[in-house]
Design a binder for this molecule. Sequence first.
Ligand code: ADE
Length: 410
Amino acid sequence: MNQGTEVANRGLDKIAWVRAHMPILEEIRARFSRETPFRGKTLSLVLHVEAKTAALALTLKAGGADVHLAASNPLTTDDEVVAALRFEGVETFARKGESMEDYQKGIEAMLAARPDIIVDDGADLVVAAATKGLKVIGSTEETTTGVVRLRAMEKDGKLPWPAIDVNDATMKHLFDNRYGTGQSTLDGIFTATNLTIAGKTAVVAGYGWCGKGVASRLRGLGADVIVTEIDAARAVEARLEGYRVRKMIEAAPEADLIVTVTGCADVVTRKHFEVMKDGCLLANSGHFDVEINKKDLAAMATRHRRARPMVEEYVFKDGRRVYLLAEGRLVNLSAGQGHPAEIMDMSFALQALSAEHILKSGKKLKPGVHPVPVELDERVARAALDAYGAQVDVLTEAQKRYLDSWQDGT
Ligand code: ADE
């Protein structure tokens, strides 16, 4: 067997493993294979190119789509999965550690495919397609950051098609953002550092759904967690959950580990580096590598070296060292393996159903951001219930009449 085939085979094994743990998507794939709803259509996907994403790409392909895939981040690609996808006939433009220029070429390749539908993670492809004046039926968006960008485009009248906000579907953000980011962020930190969490003071910046997940998993492993926030209500929520809540400037000197999950820029900057303890670990799980200011870090450091794969040591004039994980990019996918398969099963089931919804109803939808239809959210919830072997009660007719009586005002 030549080396290329071996690499592809390892990728195929990884895909087979996750597919065995993604029953909801598998059921959709079986239906898509029978019905081929995407026959004759081209789909361009900009996502983190790893095994669970491959399961989605192959599901859409099974539905008859001509699928093109590029990376949504230069560091989050699994090259074995890329080889496997190419073997399976999915045009894939991604390489782990690719330059920003190659990253841009990936986006260009997605545009050149002239997609009918876009599946995006972070909205880079939508921005590029709208700027180029591409005509697409519609798009779907995976992340909080992407939805923020889409809403800004909508406000400025620059979003020319319907975009489905998969991120805010109940069966997405409640599980993917919280339990997915919670677990995969720690996976990335473990893999990068091989250090303990127990006994460390960990600062979590941002207490949205992702921050809640990261804080809870850190606490579960024995960390003393401090939360930083800009939103008063969320800060109170964190406090009532039992965390200390501080400004970053007060939290930074105590931190053994800082994890940013805000979606905002300049959360950790020069003034924070100035007061950090020797040895502080810095990780980001937000979409862009802007939360920890790398320019400040480089400007302050007198020396800089790679301490381990995915760990850069910066030494300051006074001898203090700080360690930046995964170049400040998404630590959960750059150093870790991304969200667990069972979580991405729900998220990507919503993506597959939303892409089908765009195909069926996109021409009727107005340009702008649209929620995932509740029936699709409910369909994924029911399928997840089966997958987890859980059951729910059913209202009796008398109970329904009781609830209806309140709605009627009787
Ligand atoms: N795997 C594929 N896409 C992902 C995402 N957006 N977050 C975490 N893991 C993923």
